[in-house]
Design a binder for this molecule. Structure first.
Ligand code: HEM
Length: 267
């Protein structure tokens, strides 16, 4: 079964594991450089801390460290691990599929490349299964989002095939998992003299270069910013500063009949 075979172990018959390991390290370096450049360019982290400092001034309550730990743990369990910001429904389901798929795919890649990429090593079947399953989840979750849920298609009636810079992250993410899966499958078929698996290996490499090399231009870094912002928001709720926003009105929710006519989807 292809799903239980470590594709990097087969690859190691022709490509030295050192190359694969260097590639992974290079991708990590690209993430760090791209994110730092993004932070310098947008000044978002500076704004974030300035804003948090300013909000603190209007705090009505000072939190004990126990309370802070409790708020932060709740944020990790709910806001971050289940992306509760996306409410209930398709958007959240698609994001969870893609997010956990990607996490499994990346962990599987690192473990197999660093621990089991010798032609002589025998990989526990757990890891290839995690890798293939992760890739599949990413393709399904990412594809669901891109074809059906992305704002410009879902709410702005743009055709599904319109590609803009904002699609860089999701498309490169889907492509890397998709090409990885096809490469693994073709390599597993052991076509020897044929070249198709190599074509998909090259596509797999290119899509990874685009994904990790594109961090500065793409939405990649949201996976670091979002958790930070969620923690700050919940702390600001707990200490009463509410990021200097007015408190919720203490009045019945009366928005008129129009509000029930259609689900909100025009942003
Ligand atoms: C490995 C981690 C993650 C991956 C692979 C991932 C993947 C994605 C992708 C592909 C998109 C669609 C981007 C677009 O084209 O608009 C997205 C959007 C989003 N992500 Fe993530 N994400 C991750 C972590 C997180 C975390 C930790 C949070 C929140 C705590 C988060 C919150 C969001 C939100 C709010 C959106 C906008 C969704 C929408 O427009 O429907 N993500 N994410």
């Amino acid at each position: 079964m292809m799903i239980s075979i470590n594709p990097f172990e087969i690859l190691a018959e022709t490509v030295s594991p050192i190359f694969m390991q260097t590639f992974v390290i290079l991708m990590l370096v690209l993430i760090v450089i791209g994110t730092l450049l993004d932070i310098i360019h947008k000044k978002n982290v500076k704004y974030f801390f300035d804003n948090a400092k300013k909000a603190k001034l209007s705090a009505t309550k000072s939190l004990t460290s126990g309370e802070r730990i409790s708020v932060i743990s709740k944020t990790i369990i709910s806001d971050i691990a289940t992306t509760s910001e996306l409410g209930t429904g398709k958007r959240r389901a698609a994001h969870l599929l893609g997010m956990y798929g990607t996490i499994l795919f990346w962990i599987g890649s690192v473990i197999m490349i660093f621990c089991y990429s010798n032609p002589s090593s025998s990989t526990p079947t757990f890891w290839p299964i995690i890798w293939h399953l992760g890739a599949l989840m990413t393709v399904i979750g990412g594809g669901w989002f891109w074809f059906f849920l992305r704002v410009d298609v879902y709410s702005e009636a743009q055709p599904w095939y319109r590609v803009i810079k904002a699609d860089l992250f999701v498309l490169a993410l889907i492509a890397s998992s998709f090409f990885g899966l096809i490469w693994s499958y073709l390599q597993f078929l052991d076509l020897n003299e044929r070249w198709d698996d190599k074509v998909f290996l090259v596509l797999f490499i290119i899509s990874n270069l685009v994904l990790f090399g594109g961090v500065y231009w793409s939405k990649f870094a949201h996976m670091f910013y979002k958790p930070g912002a969620a923690i700050q928001k919940n702390l600001a709720d707990a200490d009463g500063s509410r990021d200097n926003l007015p408190p919720e009105a203490d009045a019945p929710k009366q928005f008129g009949l129009g509000i029930t006519r259609e689900n909100p989807k025009h942003y």
